[in-house]
Design a binder for this molecule. Structure first.
Ligand code: ADP
Length: 633
């Protein structure tokens, strides 16, 4: 087969350019990345071997660093699963991560600000491509287990790479780096130095489960070198005996995240069966947080020290899908499959235990370090709230983690505890308002009476909020949820209440004719026009029957392809507003005045706009408004 030349995907070209020209201070991590990939590849081959032993063959898992100091060549060889020609072309030619778009955006932004690139590299992590920080040329020889053909991939990190067929005796992969020369001012360390390599492996890859050996070109090939890494499974050691640094490196190894984790949870289950886990919550949301169908690297499952699978989704609910780490179960079968896992009672118990531990750790963080917790919630809050959709979950526990904006506490989000603490006695419901943004929510006319009476309203603006609120969420500390935009709201109490009622009756009689005229004009748009007890400054607002779908929710459902019946809102008007008083007089003076209908349309449009809604016919609205302005001059 001839040598095929491929261009790198545009994102990769940018990335490589960045890698090669930036003065990223920690270039040592290239080796960590290559070893991590090698270790993953061996994991995958072992897993494939569980069901098809021919794929495992009789190869011993091994990662070998070949060093030829004279020629300035360093190679990382593994006995892993290998790649087919298509896989190498795909994996090492594109940025597979769904984060590539974000990466480019961040790159663009940092260039504009004239910022240095290192932060970016650290933030995104770039795996294999990190090789080009230290190598002028990289070649990969790989053969997939179960296939005969091997492939040679080569690139100098310019715009392209080549692939061609090549013989490889055994399945596995060898990544060979032609190390760049160490130049005077350049801070490039000398990676031909054996001791430097040893120290990097010790530092970053000590816990890798397979031996990492160093073979020097001038050494006796008959001699088997000792492993550079201790291979000690970090999760089996008592928490207080593990150094913080080691744990961080382990996190980076399992998660392929370049940032330090936010927190870790180390736990064990003893009793009928045994299990241990070392879990981490990342400090930065992974880019595929919302594309999790094709996400990888969740929780790794080990059974008796043997790697069973990556991304064991049975161990964590979806709403905690950002948790990373390792779970080891002593009493599961090595041949356990996904299907078995889904049914397995032990797995269910482990999962429950882990969820509890993670939630506890997060509540603890909230109490311990409010600022760190806020940063966490900002990134992961919307995902955690997905848990409120899962009726199988103890949803009350999620309330404990929740931070939300509110009318009372404008500068910083509050916990629900705080909101309940601030409630006046006798208040039975948690009032909330969900809108498409906090800005829209804060300015909503629905809040006027609440503001006036100092009744706190919790504000929500994540798309998921509409969904869980609509599903009848459980009470929080005996308080039920109530939307400020639904049903009749009357905040008056005691004597006040009686007085308010009397006033309303009077107004109803007084405004009867106007309401009727408005109803007649807005038949198509609204189901009812009535006087409001929730407005103070605004002339009108739209409300819904209790339990009815909010317009935002209806839109979410429609976008998801669901059929949603059209429902009409209720128009509430403010009898205390000058405009309404004048309209009332107008109707009394001249019941057939055309302008009433026009004003009705405008009132409706105003109310719709103020809740962030979209006008069905914006052109008609602006024509009407224009005419009105003209006449008023
Ligand atoms: P990441 O490891 O974060 O996915 P990389 O750029 O390091 O990103 O690698 C891209 C992909 O290439 C990997 O996901 C894996 O599928 C494949 N790959 C890389 N190195 C190896 C290897 N040594 N053996 C088999 N596959 C590999």
């Amino acid at each position: 087969m001839p040598v095929e030349s491929h261009p790198f995907q545009a994102e990769v070209v940018q990335l490589l350019d960045l890698m090669i020209h930036s003065l990223y201070s920690n270039r040592d991590v290239f080796l960590r990345e290559l070893i991590s990939n090698a270790s993953d590849a061996i994991d995958r081959r072992r897993f494939a071997g569980l069901t098809d032993s021919s794929l495992q063959g009789d190869s011993e898992p091994l990662i070998t660093l070949h060093l030829d100091a004279e020629k300035r060549v360093l190679a990382v060889e593994d006995t892993g699963i290998g790649m087919t020609r298509e896989e190498v072309t795909q994996n090492l030619g594109t940025l597979a991560h769904s984060g590539s778009a974000e990466f480019l955006a961040a790159l663009e932004a940092s260039r504009k600000q004239g910022e240095a690139a290192p932060g970016l590299i650290g933030q995104f992590g770039v795996g294999f491509y990190a090789s080009f920080m230290v190598a002028s040329r990289v070649s990969v020889v790989t053969r997939k287990a179960g296939e005969e053909e091997g492939t040679l991939w080569e690139s100098a990190g310019d715009g392209q790479f080549t692939v061609t067929e090549v013989a490889r005796e055994e399945p596995g992969t060898t990544v060979t780096l032609a190390l760049r020369e160490v130049e005077g001012e350049d801070e490039l360390a000398d990676y031909t130095n054996e001791w430097l390599l040893r120290s990097i492996v010790k530092r970053y890859s000590d816990f890798v489960a397979y031996p990492i050996q160093l073979r020097k070109a001038d050494a006796d090939p008959a001699e088997t070198p000792e492993a550079l890494n201790s291979m000690k499974a970090i999760w089996t050691r008592p928490d207080d005996e593990v150094e913080e640094e080691e744990r961080k490196e382990f996190y980076k190894h399992v998660s392929h995240d370049w940032n330090d984790p936010l927190l870790h949870v180390s736990t064990r289950i003893e009793g009928n069966f045994e299990a241990r886990a070392l879990l981490f919550v990342p400090s930065v949301a992974p880019h595929d947080l919302y594309h999790h169908e094709n996400a990888h690297r969740g929780i790794q499952l080990y059974v008796k020290r043997v790697f069973i699978m990556d991304e064991c989704r049975e161990l964590m609910p979806e709403y905690l899908r950002f948790v990373r780490g390792v779970v080891e179960a002593e009493d599961l079968s090595l041949n356990v499959s996904r299907e078995i896992l889904q049914q397995d009672a032990q797995i269910k118990v482990i999962r429950k235990h882990l969820v509890r531990k993670i939630l506890e750790a997060l509540v603890d963080l909230r109490k311990r370090d409010a600022e760190a917790y806020r940063a966490f919630w900002e990134q992961f809050g919307p995902v955690i709230k997905e848990g409120l959709l899962d009726v199988g979950e103890k949803r009350e526990r999620i309330y404990e983690l929740m931070l939300c904006a509110s009318t009372q506490h404008e500068s910083q989000p509050a916990s629900l505890d705080e909101v309940v603490e601030r409630m006046t006695e006798g208040q039975e419901v948690l009032y909330y308002l969900a809108a498409e943004s906090l800005e829209v929510a804060r300015r909503s006319p629905h809040l006027e009476a609440f503001r006036e009476r100092g009744v706190e309203v919790v504000l929500f603006a994540d798309p998921v909020d509409e969904v869980w609120l609509q599903r009848g969420p459980p009470d929080f500390e005996g308080k039920s949820w109530r939307s400020v935009g639904e049903g009749e709201i009357d905040l008056a109490e005691g004597d006040d209440k009686q007085q308010a009622e009397a006033e309303r009756e009077e107004q109803a009689a007084d405004y009867g004719t106007l309401l009727k005229a408005l109803r007649a004009a807005l038949q198509e748009q609204v189901s009812e026009v009535r006087l409001s007890s929730r407005l103070r400054d605004s002339a009108a607002c739209l409300v819904r029957e209790e339990g009815e779908l909010s317009p935002q929710m209806a839109q979410i459902l429609r976008q998801a392809g669901r059929e949603v019946p059209e429902t009409k809102p209720i128009l509430e008007v403010n009898a205390g507003h000058a405009l309404l008083a004048k309209l009332k007089e107008r109707v009394a003076a001249e019941p057939g005045d055309d302008r009433i209908a026009e004003y009705a349309e405008l009132l409706f449009a105003q109310a719709l706009l103020s809740e962030g809604g979209r006008l069905p016919d914006p052109a008609a609205f602006s024509r009407r408004l224009g005419e009105l302005m003209e006449r008023a001059l």
